[in-house]
Ligand binder design. Sequence first.
Ligand SMILES: Nc1nc2c(ncn2[C@@H]2O[C@H](COP(=O)(O)OP(=O)(O)OP(=O)(O)O)[C@@H](O)[C@H]2O)c(=O)[nH]1
Ligand SMILES: [Mg+2]
Length: 218
Amino acid sequence: MSTPRVVEAAFIKSAQSIADSLPEDMSEVVFLGRSNVGKSSTLNSLTQRKNLAKSSATPGKTQLINFFETRYLYNEESYPVRFVDLPGFGYAKVSKSLKEVWQKNLVEFIQHRVSIRLFIHLRDARHPHAKIDDDVEAYISEFIRPDQKYLTVFTKIDKLNQKERAKLKKDFPGSITLSNLKKNGHDRVHQMILETIFGVEDGTKSKSDSVEENEEKE
Ligand SMILES: Nc1nc2c(ncn2[C@@H]2O[C@H](COP(=O)(O)OP(=O)(O)OP(=O)(O)O)[C@@H](O)[C@H]2O)c(=O)[nH]1
Ligand SMILES: [Mg+2]
C-alpha cells in the first residue's frame, strides 16, 4: 500500500467573505485555529510546498480566505481536494466573546459554506487547554452537519518532551499530533482527509485488521 501524496497544488484565489468565494463545486478541507498556531505551515507541509501558503513568525499573517486546489494520488487513484487557509482567531487584543475576536465574515463562511467536508482545528501542543480553542470546538459542534467531520490536530509537537506528548495523547485520544519543523505526523492527516471526503480507508490499517479477522488473507 502506498501513502497518500499531494501531487498537484496551486493557489487559486483569496476572498474576503463567502460572497466572493469560489463556487461550491469541490470538497473542501478548512484549516482553522488561533493566529500563529501553524495553519499555513501545515498546509505547506501537507502539499510539500515551502511557500504555497504564506507563513510568518508574526501573528496575523493570513488575513483573507485563501483557496488552494490540490490533487491526491493514492493507490494509483486520483482525488481532487480544495484546501482553505483561514486567518487566525484570537489575534485581536480584546477577546470578550468568540464573535468579537473572530470576524463576522469568517463565522459566516464556516457556518454556511456547503462544500466544507472537514474542519481541521489546529491547536498549539504547548497550550492544549486554551479556553478559546475549547470555545471554538463547542461552537462548531453546534452547527456541524452529518456530512462534515471535525478533527483536532496539535501543532508544534517538537516543543514537547516525551512525557508531555504522552499526556497530550491521553487527554485528547482522537487527536493527531504533528510537527511542521520535523515534518512528521502529516500522513495521518492525509488519511483522515481521504477517508472523510472519499470514504477511502487506510490501506495499512485495514490490512492488519483483515489479518486478525481472516488468517487466509496476506
Ligand atoms: N516549532 C514549530 N514551529 C512551527 C510549527 N508550525 C508552524 N511553526 C511556526 O509558527 C509560526 C506561525 O506559523 P504560520 O503557519 O504562519 O501560522 P498561522 O496559523 O498560519 O498564522 P496566521 O496566518 O497569523 O493566523 C511560524 O514561525 C512557523 O515557522 C511546528 O510544527 N513547530
Ligand atoms: Mg496563516
